[in-house]
Design a protein around this ligand. Sequence first.
Ligand code: THU
Length: 164
Amino acid sequence: MIVSKELIVKYSEFARVDELSPREVELVDKAKDVLSSSYSPYSHFSVGAALLLENGEIITGSNQENGAYPSGLCAERVALFYAGSKFPNVPIVAMAIVASYNGAIIQLPISPCGACRQVMIEYQNIHGKPYPVIMVGQSKIVKVEDVRFLLPFSFSNVEDAAQK
Ligand code: THU
């Protein structure tokens, strides 16, 4: 028997950063600030990510490229892995992502690559708390309230997968 199903992805769009809450605006500003530390001599595409943790810490990361291209790492995973190693038991409250190209913040927001989404959802799952992701462009801001909206059908851990 074939059963057709649908998945609904919910997200909000904002025209300006100041339509976000003050705490979110602060997080976006931190993601913008960290663009200056991007090491992206190959793509000239800078990405900044900022994480607000439940203990009030804000952890930022920028993309770090490498002459051996696949050895580089996206901004999101730089921030997530740093947060995971420094504050292993502290849930994430919110994440903001910003990108610039040749020095100017891009018009439309980027949304994270598949590998970053997988890492984002793992940290969400271990703490059992959905967190919003705010993706910022000059003319549009997109916000999802839960990483699951960015990665339906995600892989969980090996034990969970084996039990399914
Ligand atoms: N990049 C990120 O840091 N985050 C993303 O969400 C997409 C892409 C980086 C990887 C590479 O350094 C550059 O942007 C161009 O792809």
